[in-house]
Design a protein around this ligand. Sequence first.
Ligand code: MSP
Length: 525
Amino acid sequence: MPTGESFYITTPIYYPSDVPHIGHGYTTVAVDALARWHRQAGDDTWMLTGTDEHGQKMMRAAAANGSTPQEWVDKLVSQEWFPLLETLDVANDDFIRTTQPRHEDRVKQFVQAIYDRGYIYAGEFEALYCVGCEEFKTESEIVDGAGAFEGLKVCAIHSKPLELLQEKNYFFKLSEFQDQLLALYRRVPDFIRPESARNEVVSFVKNGLKDLSISRSTFDWGITVPWDESHVIYVWVDALLNYATAVGYGSDPEEFARRWPAYHVVGKDILRFHAVIWPAMLLAAGVEVPRGVFAHGWLLVGGEKMSKSKLTGIAPSEITDVFGSDAYRFYFLSAIAFGQDGSFSWEDLAARYQAELANGFGNLASRTTAMIERYFEGIVPPAAEYTEADLRIQQIVADASTSADAAIERFRIDEAIDAIWTIVDALNGYITENEPWALAKDDAQRGRLGTVLYTAAEGLRALAVLLSPVMPVATEKLWVALGAADALGRLQDQPLREAGTWGILRPGSSVNALAPLFPRVEQSA
Ligand code: MSP
């Protein structure tokens, strides 16, 4: 995209009733890496995350813990969900909680607006509801229970019994939007990505849409329906609206015009809410639809979707305490094709940490800075004449930078990292082939030694810039060690789309030998 445009990106807002696990962390670091990339590229970037605090699930969890819902969510958000952002080095611009007045007031305004436009009516309703999903279930989503739930109908996702609900509800005329939605998917072919997700949604919508129950009257933990105080707004309608209320819908038209529309990154489990219901709600209100929805896959543990309720949940800090936040970010963002499921295992994480981070990138950084210190008293030498091998490195850096930016445009963070890693591999090979330690023994080769070490250091400069959205901690250390912070300013201010330009690191900068960026880890497991 042309530099400077608005780039507003969101994570789903998480249910704080559970403690965060690595699946939540995965979505969050993916969005953070995309936001950091665009921010550093000079785009007008805004990253939003937050918590989804209403609904029956939350009310019951609070009651089970002897708290009021508000006390319960306040505690979880401050003790678990805010700290997660620090654990994972997330640089979000805002954090929305659906119990904040800034959200509640504007949700009422939005729902009133679509009511006034004739898209809401009152009706009777009877259906099976899954509190885990906070969703009414259709036949294909219901299976027979097993074990303790033998003989009962259970939710295909949660394997827990469904509840029969019968009440007067307000309905949103979702069925009226089938043609408009199909036209949207045709007009904007990448509205839903990846392709497999798009196909699934298109065939779902082609099968016809039912009106959606958007209010509940049997409990009160929610935002009241503005024209009928005996109802609260369905938790998903409330939650989806966070993306608009957080950037000024209904209160700050200037801010809203600047940020909206957004890109939404979500797990594939909640794709339909984002790609069907949400754009239909916006169409009903006469508000622009999102720019796009990207559905990523599930983290699988032992072949199953990892989840707290199935006891396969792993807390992000279990990983960061051992390997650090950069390794967490790098591992999940590089090892899994963004958009597909991926299996997590400690063995795979440890192997990639060692091979790619410690031996690949970390070792390249340590040995280059150590050689500059040893052979040039810590001063970046100038390059003399470039040979073909040097020019090849320059070309690889330029190509990697262009390909990585193109991959980020497609939301393929994994492909961007692959492209950037061609620099790591090429430079490690280049050092082995050029043997600076041998050149150092021959005074006549002093100029050549300088060229080789300048090439390695300048390649590292490009790597620091290109990898900073993924690994902000290690790249910052590298930036300082290269002497670039003094000569070129802050790492996060380096224009990302120009990272591949050769010759930015200045000869004469002072380099410090670097302690290992990815030290050996002792694993007890
Ligand atoms: N509150 C709703 C979202 C409302 S958005 C308007 C919700 N919350 S959630 O906490 O249950 O999960 C949110 C997201 O967490 C999922 O969409 C997905 O992005 C992420 N993940 C939860 N479990 C996951 C895996 N096992 N693997 C990958 N991501 C997972 O749904």
